[in-house]
Design a protein around this ligand. Structure first.
Ligand SMILES: NC(=O)c1ccc[n+]([C@@H]2O[C@H](COP(=O)([O-])OP(=O)(O)OC[C@H]3O[C@@H](n4cnc5c(N)ncnc54)[C@H](OP(=O)(O)O)[C@@H]3O)[C@@H](O)[C@H]2O)c1
Length: 271
């Protein structure tokens, strides 16, 4: 599988998002995903499915080839809590390390330098191969780069054609940080979009595939979620066609609708 390289990490360009997948449904879906070719899985302390994701990966016998990301909940960002809860995550997953450990959401009540310092210690101890952040704005990325003892490899952010993320994407690129797009098919809104459908028809692809390709063609990693085994392959099969410059521009024009999907009371002040 193609990878995006960033600050020493090689992140498979398509991963499976697993938010909402639980229990046996989650294990079976991840097993099927490995079988059809996925080598990257995105979980989090908050999702309550770290154990199931890891169990399916272990059963596949392909752990060494698979990239697993987990994320620390915002209330666990004090150094002692980082250490304790990541230990708990690894023990739930029955793994000695994850590939990427992220701050799930910034928490202004905890100094970023303290959290990143604790995460760097975990990296040096081998509990994670890389560290990164999620839902960071340009200002937070700049602060993180300044205070982190080890390189930040990614910023996982909401990213799809209906939201203009140019500023934060440029800030990440400047620092060699990969952008990992969450909600990359806009929570299922992209497949019904007429423009994406029309472009897809010209390439023999679905609107969802065009949407994902638009992101990966910009060097962005995508982690679409599906609970539907038959869609796993569709969301993975996006490397055998290319969008023209004109198509890329036309799709970028969809961001005029400015549709942010994920926004909470605790969100930072977005760019
Ligand atoms: N860091 C963060 O704060 C954060 C926030 C949100 C999400 N995430 C991560 O990003 C992942 C993906 O984001 P998301 O779950 O918000 O949204 P998404 O992947 O953009 O959309 C998922 C929705 O799209 C549908 N879908 C998937 N493939 C499809 C296809 N080919 N055609 C038509 N519909 C399709 C799914 O329905 P079916 O299940 O019926 O296929 C599901 O309802 C999450 O699972 C999570 O791992 C991270």
């Amino acid at each position: 599988m193609d990878v995006v390289k960033a600050n020493g990490a090689a992140i498979p360009v398509v991963g499976l998002g697993t938010w909402t997948l639980r229990g046996r449904e989650c294990t079976e879906l991840v097993e099927e995903a490995v079988a059809v070719g996925y080598r990257h899985f995105d979980t989090a302390q908050m999702y309550g499915n770290e154990a199931e994701v890891a169990e399916a990966v272990r059963r596949s016998g392909k752990r060494a080839d698979i990239f697993i990301t987990t994320k620390i909940q915002p209330e666990n960002l004090a150094p002692r809590d980082v250490e304790r809860t990541v230990k708990d995550s690894l023990s739930r997953m029955n793994l000695d390390h994850v590939d990427l450990l992220l701050i799930h959401w910034p928490n202004p009540r905890v100094a970023l330098a303290d959290t990143l310092g604790a995460m760097a210690k975990l990296k040096l101890a081998g509990a994670t191969s890389h560290i990164g952040v999620s839902n960071f704005t340009v200002a937070l990325i700049e602060e993180a780069v300044k205070v982190s003892p080890v390189p930040i490899v990614c910023n996982q952010i909401e990213c799809h054609p209906f939201l203009d993320q140019t500023k934060v994407i440029e800030a990440c690129a400047k620092r060699g940080i990969a952008v990992v797009a969450y909600s990359p098919i806009a929570r299922g809104n992209a497949p019904a979009n007429a423009l994406l459908e029309r472009i897809g028809k010209a390439h023999g692809k679905s609107a969802a595939q065009v949407c994902l390709r638009w992101l990966t063609q910009q060097g962005i990693v995508v982690i679409p979620r599906t609970s539907n085994k038959s869609r796993l392959k569709e969301n993975l099969d996006i490397s055998d066609f290319a969008l023209s410059d004109a198509e890329m521009k036309e799709i970028a024009g969809l961001s005029r609708s400015k549709k942010r999907i994920v926004d909470w009371a605790w969100s930072p002040k977005w760019d």
